[in-house]
Design a protein around this ligand. Structure first.
Ligand code: ASP
Ligand code: MG
Length: 422
């Protein structure tokens, strides 16, 4: 009997009705002859609501308590789902991440999985039960405290369990039918992809596509675990994410999709002396403050000033810390000033076919120019081009690019079944 791991997101289990609907799907998978393991997220916007609550009682809640609080969201949905499955006449047992053997490091709020020992899940399956596991959580190997894997981390729980249990597939259920060529909330004519490679999906997740957690895709690629992203609201086949190694019979699209991200801000270090070692000093200060930098641009020195400007993007959330870290080294580096801009957005074009198709960049920039969109930063990888634009123009940039690369579907395919988009 094959093992199937299914993960249901918060919008799929937003209320009692949703939980009963999901329970029926789980039972159907079991009846089809599989051993079924389910990973579930917190109901609807529960996690956001718990964060709001925490912020009302403390401006800076300790990570340990925050994780204790947030993991409660998944415990509610796992128990309710187990009851709903039981009510359909099948035995289901719920497990916290810790009980399921998800062992992590001790970094509260962003713990990394270091081992998965799913002994109790195995036993439950062998005894004919359906195992239901709370997503996005584990237990620290060292402190034994409860940890969370970061927002959206249930996807990673699902893939990690699937790999540890040698499942045939990890099915990720959400409120859209799969991975689209753009966010259907912005481009209604976005097209569903039947297949995408791990590499493309990694770039899309890193560039803001919220459909899958980045670490989940990294994990799936490392263990070669096929992911099937699909809707819990329909029976349609979704998008398969695999390494596509032997899939050369199908035509490969040049462009996999257009992703966007509004979660970054831009800092410009103005008037940096143009001499050896200054950039190193700036980025060392940021690294010491644990700040992840994304794009970097160093402008050409103005002819006779011997000064340059260095701009980079980083998560909004790290903006304050980065500005303080840079202010501390202002005198030693000798730069003139700092500028902070959080009204930016990043738009990325992703596709493995770019490697062998010249002219993609030119077409991308032309489509943005025709839409009257100014580009303030550019970065590329082998299979991606990203630009930073004014935040107010992100939607237009996504739509223009999608159109220019003929990605628009003839008929609207994208259905957004639920979720508040929060
Ligand atoms: N409930 C958590 C969140 O909202 C984890 C997840 O849904 O994957 O981020
Ligand atoms: Mg999610």
């Amino acid at each position: 009997m094959g093992v199937v791991v299914q993960k249901y997101g918060g919008s799929s289990v937003a209320d009692a009705e949703g939980i009963k609907r999901v329970a029926q799907r789980i039972v159907d998978a079991k009846k089809a002859g599989n051993q079924v393991v389910v990973v579930v997220s917190a109901m609807g916007d529960t996690t956001d609501e718990l964060i709001d609550l925490a912020e009302q009682v403390s401006p800076l809640p300790p990570g340990r308590e925050m994780d204790m609080l947030l993991t409660a969201g998944e415990r509610i949905s796992m128990a309710l789902l187990a009851m709903a499955v039981g009510n359909l006449g099948h035995e289901a047992r719920s497990f916290t991440g810790s009980q399921a053997g998800v062992i992590t490091d001790a970094a509260h709020g962003k713990a990394k999985i270091i081992d998965v020992t799913p002994g109790r899940i195995r036993t439950a399956l062998d005894e004919g039960a359906i195992a239901i596991v709370a997503g996005f959580q584990g237990v620290s190997q060292t402190s034994k405290d409860i940890t969370t894997l970061g927002r959206g981390g249930s996807d990673t729980t699902a893939v990690a369990l699937a790999a540890a249990l040698r499942a045939d597939v990890c099915e990720i259920y959400s409120d859209v039918d799969g991975v689209f060529t753009a966010d259907p909330r912005i481009v209604p004519a976005a097209r569903k992809r039947d297949r995408i490679s791990y590499d493309e999906m990694l770039e899309m997740a890193a560039c803001g596509a919220k459909i899958l957690h980045l670490r989940c895709v990294e994990y799936a690629r490392r263990y070669d675990m096929p992911i099937h992203v699909r809707s819990s609201f329909s029976l349609k086949d979704g998008t398969w994410i695999t390494d596509q190694r032997d899939g050369d019979t199908m035509e490969q699209a040049i462009i996999a999709g257009v992703a966007h991200d509004r979660s970054e801000a831009k800092i410009t270090v103005v008037g940096v002396p143009d001499k050896v070692g200054e950039a190193a000093r700036i980025f060392e200060a940021l690294a010491d403050a644990q700040i992840n930098i994304d794009m970097i641009v160093q402008n050409v020195s103005a002819a006779d000033t011997n000064l340059t400007d260095i701009s980079f993007t980083l998560p909004h959330a790290d903006g304050q810390a980065a500005m303080s870290a840079l202010t501390r080294i202002q005198e030693t580096v000798g730069f003139a000033s700092l500028q902070y801009d959080d009204q930016i957005g990043k738009v990325s074009l992703i596709g493995a076919g770019m490697r062998s198709h010249p002219g993609v960049t030119a077409k991308f920039f032309t489509s943005l120019a025709e839409a009257g969109i100014n580009i303030s930063m550019i970065s590329t990888s082998e299979i991606r081009i990203s630009v930073v634009v004014d935040e107010a123009q992100v939607d237009d940039a996504v739509a223009a690019t999608h159109h220019a690369f003929d990605l628009d579907a003839d008929d609207v395919e994208a259905v957004v079944y639920g979720g508040t988009g929060r």
